[in-house]
Ligand binder design. Structure first.
Ligand SMILES: C[S@@+](CC[C@H](N)C(=O)[O-])C[C@H]1O[C@@H](n2cnc3c(N)ncnc32)[C@H](O)[C@@H]1O
Length: 310
């Protein structure tokens, strides 16, 4: 049996918990197969003002990005953090399509307990297809930590939430991530350095348009330069920043990712389709001639202060 629904809003939630893109004309009627895979019921309540998109292109970008990150860093969890416990509890907050958790689970005992949290689970695969030890929850990082997860996790991981940080202040996020952690538990926070980035070109190539395009994506995220200190002043200890930079040999792979991130942003936030299309066209010509966006990646490792022994 299949259900028929009428899509009437830009991001209607379908029966299976997934949403549809706003390019589908209003009042389009689609037939849906019956499903029990929905993410409804796992929600701790969240409204979604996200600046990027959640369609198949956005999802593919997250997947490609994950593997480039992994190749550059050489780890998912920094070697400072011990991951050997067979009863390890790990959270990936703002999990996106859950690829980090999926990859982390590989080769680990099924006794470890994995939880992904996000304001939307539209990018995650169907619930029944997840391993039994992987759980996904809808949760807004600025809302109260659900009671069952207070002090629960050995490791909390978060990656690429620059657009989520409000007012250049990571403290509200740090406070909530700390609540998720056990005393002595680790936080690993991975970001891109959106200020210390540059454009590299082969000699004689102009990159004016690529530069303009990327400058629209760049923020004034000065909190990243203070995050180590902010962590140490807010209940964490031994906070350390590690920086990683890709070379020219892989620069094109990364640069294409940033252009596609910009496309999502341009479509969702800039709302200047004609100007953006022209800019993208010119920037891609420069890319073909030998120009790339270079962005250092940043990894903070820190530990929640353990005052339980005092
Ligand atoms: C750029 S994606 C990164 C996804 C994933 N961490 C990765 O590295 O592949 C940012 C994610 O943050 C999520 N997000 C945005 N606002 C959020 C909020 N207030 N609370 C929780 N998650 C949020 C988005 O839904 C999206 O999945």
């Amino acid at each position: 049996m299949s259900a028929t629904i009428t899509i009437t809003s830009p991001t209607s939630i379908l029966e299976n918990g997934h949403s549809v893109d706003d390019k589908i004309p209003k009042e389009t009627v689609v037939s849906l197969p019956p499903t029990a895979s929905g993410w409804k019921g796992t929600s701790f309540g969240a409204k979604d003002p996200y600046a990027l998109m959640r369609d198949c292109n956005a999802n593919s970008r997250l997947t490609a990005q994950h593997y480039l990150w992994k190749e550059l860093l050489g780890f998912l969890v920094h070697p400072d953090i011990d991951t050997r416990a067979t009863d390890l509890r790990v959270a990936d907050v703002a999990t996106g399509n859950g690829i980090w958790l999926h990859d982390f689970a590989r080769g680990k005992p099924s006794s470890i307990d994995l939880h992904g949290f996000d304001i939307s689970l539209d990018q995650v695969g169907p619930k029944p297809w997840l391993p039994a030890n992987t759980h996904m929850h809808i949760w807004n990082i600025f809302e109260n930590v659900p009671d069952e997860f207070v002090g629960y996790f050995d490791i909390v991981h978060v990656r690429l939430i620059t657009v989520v940080v409000k007012n250049n202040d990571p403290r509200p996020i740090l406070a909530n991530l700390k609540k998720l952690l056990k005393p002595g538990g680790y936080l690993q926070w991975d970001e891109v350095d959106t200020i210390g980035c540059s454009i590299k070109t082969v000699p004689g190539t102009s990159a004016e348009n690529l530069d303009t395009l990327f400058s629209q994506l760049k923020g004034r995220d000065t909190w990243k330069y203070e995050l180590t200190r902010i962590m140490d002043e807010n209940g964490y200890t031994g906070s350390t920043l590690y920086t990683y930079e890709y070379g020219l040999g892989t620069a094109r792979f990364w640069s294409d990712l940033y252009v596609s991130t910009w496309k999502e942003f341009a479509e969702n936030a800039l709302k200047t389709p004609e100007v953006s299309r022209q800019l993208e066209h010119n920037a891609m010509l420069e890319t073909l001639n030998g120009a790339s966006i270079m962005v250092p990646t940043l990894v903070w490792v820190t530990k929640k202060i353990d005052d339980s022994t005092n």
